[in-house]
Design a protein around this ligand. Structure first.
Ligand code: 13P
Length: 242
């Protein structure tokens, strides 16, 4: 089955590096088995929209604002993102929750603003190691889902959830595939209760070309949100061609 594979370049590349990487990936990835999305930083978004114009790779953003326009210094409008060809937007990434103190109420507003503009939000959820060790992973994630998806209407819209255990991000220690499968099953059923719709759930956290096949075969893993391994063209292409 086709998987959704999203590259999250975070704030890891310079402007020119981003353009070079986008060109390499789009030149080498002519036929995709899976659905591929690239989320560069804001600075390179417009240039990369042009690079990807004639490819099958889809453009995503790493965040978007709670409103379409107004006096919101430094924010980027979901309406404007849509107008340059962005299709997906990552929201509620654990790095924003931690470093920028984003809470579920803000994330919920961002999801609604993105949906209003027909962007597909990729809501990130995940537990810290200390929460997992205390047996609270499911509790934490239920809470993130309940608050983040509060009054979200998906009648004419789509949304994706990304399960990213925080301890697995950038650590080289991905979750065990069977544990991921169990968490994904749980997240899907919780989200279904809230949204009255089955939504895809991606896995993120130290995914690479070596471990991806063990996740691919899990029934409830609908794709991947890839950080570090998406920054090297050959590595990312190997992942996309799985
Ligand atoms: P890594 O793949 O580098 O662990 O990052 C995962 C992530 O945070 C993607 O959003």
């Amino acid at each position: 089955m086709k998987k959704l594979i999203i590259a999250n370049w975070k704030m890891k590349l310079g402007f020119n590096e981003s353009l070079v990487l986008a060109k390499k990936i789009s030149n080498k990835l002519k036929s995709n088995k899976n659905n591929i999305v690239i989320c560069p930083d804001y600075l390179s978004l417009v240039s990369i929209a042009n690079i990807l114009k004639n490819s099958k790779i889809v453009l995503g953003a790493q965040d978007s604002a709670i409103v379409d326009s107004g006096a919101y210094t430094g924010e980027v409008s979901p309406l404007n993102l849509k107008s340059i060809g962005v299709k997906y937007v990552i929201l509620g990434h654990s790095e924003r929750r931690e470093h920028l103190h984003e809470n579920s109420a803000i994330i919920n507003d961002k999801i609604k603003a993105a949906l209003k503009n027909k962007l597909i939000p990729v809501l990130c959820v995940g537990e810290k190691l200390i929460e997992r060790e205390a047996g609270e992973a499911k509790l934490v994630i239920s809470d993130q889902l309940r608050r983040g998806l509060n009054k979200v209407d998906l009648k004419n819209n789509n949304l994706v959830i990304a399960y990213e255990p925080i301890w697995a991000i950038g650590s080289g220690k991905a979750i065990a595939p069977l544990e991921a499968e169990e968490m994904h099953q749980f997240i899907k059923s919780q989200a279904n209760k809230i949204l009255k719709k089955i939504v895809p759930v991606l896995y993120g956290g130290s995914v690479d070309s070596k471990n991806i096949s063990s996740f691919m075969s899990q029934k409830n893993i609908d794709g991947f949100l890839v950080g570090g391994a998406s920054l090297k063209s050959d590595e990312f292409i190997k992942i996309c061609l799985q």
